[in-house]
Design a protein around this ligand. Sequence first.
Ligand code: SF4
Length: 116
Amino acid sequence: MFKTLLGFNTETSPSPPKEGDLYKTINLCGKSFEIRYGFYEERDRHSQYAEPIEIYPDFIKAPQYTDDGKPFVTAIQPPCKSFDGKKNVNSVCEDCRYYKHGEELIGICTCPDNAQ
Ligand code: SF4
């Protein structure tokens, strides 16, 4: 009771994730993606203020496809030349009409031009 009245919080909060910790495994359209905590930029690893975040696959560098040949994309990846939507400097795949949401930030590109 006194703890509450005095505003003390003695409950321990969960420890922050460390680089390499598993955030979650996403199973989608025949593929499995382990999303781990880390840094997108090397300079962030050495920053005293940066904390590890969820790192998603780079499907531009290493394309992966569904069993029926559609490319996986992330919602935040830069748009390709087939982008269809209201484009601005901050546009990403999620803004494209061909983007189909999967789980978390992983989706599927339904553009016929990008199918395998
Ligand atoms: S969803 Fe597909 S077509 Fe649209 S910008 Fe992304 S990769 Fe290109």
